[in-house]
Design a protein around this ligand. Structure first.
Ligand code: FES
Length: 156
């Protein structure tokens, strides 16, 4: 019993090489756009985490810092009191290789001891060293004596 495999089955429509290439191209572009959209959502989350009290105003002196976890118990962050009524907070996870950063008051910057990375206390941007991206910023509100984290802004 032999079958002729060189001709297509009668009920299967033929598709030209050009049409096949066109379908592949459009399918690839659609997959790429979907992937980029998913990545953008992943890295541009801002303000979507639940608000939570992370400290009281008297817990940290002007020029001092405090470590806390936000938005989950596994996300280490650092709060710095930069003035009487001014606070900033960032993720402590260095964007280079993930070492924890510390506040260095002598440089008024966040320092990573692993490879000398240095981040601006003003906006979390990279001042020196190998880190490829700024630190994610923790959004804060002061409500009476409570310092409340209200979200995370991840840099592009
Ligand atoms: S891990 Fe922070 S600079 Fe390398």
């Amino acid at each position: 019993m032999t079958e002729n495999l060189s001709s297509p089955a009668p009920d299967v429509p033929e598709i030209s090489r050009r049409a096949f290439t066109k379908y592949l191209t459009f399918g690839g572009i659609a997959a790429l756009i979907g992937g980029l959209w998913a990545l953008r959502r992943h890295f541009h989350r801002g303000g979507s985490s639940a608000a939570r009290v992370i400290a009281q105003t008297e817990d940290v002196a002007v020029g001092g810092s405090l470590i806390f976890q936000y938005p989950t118990p596994n996300d280490s962050c650092i709060l710095v009191r930069t003035g009487e009524n001014a606070y900033v907070a960032y993720s402590r996870i260095c964007t280079h290789k993930g070492c924890p950063v510390f506040y260095d008051s002598s440089q008024d910057a966040l320092e990573c001891p692993c490879h000398g990375g240095l981040y601006s206390i003003t906006d979390g941007s990279v001042l020196q060293g190998p880190p490829p991206r700024p630190l994610p910023r923790i959004l804060l509100e002061v409500r009476g004596r409570d310092i409340v984290a209200t979200g995370v802004v991840r840099p592009a």
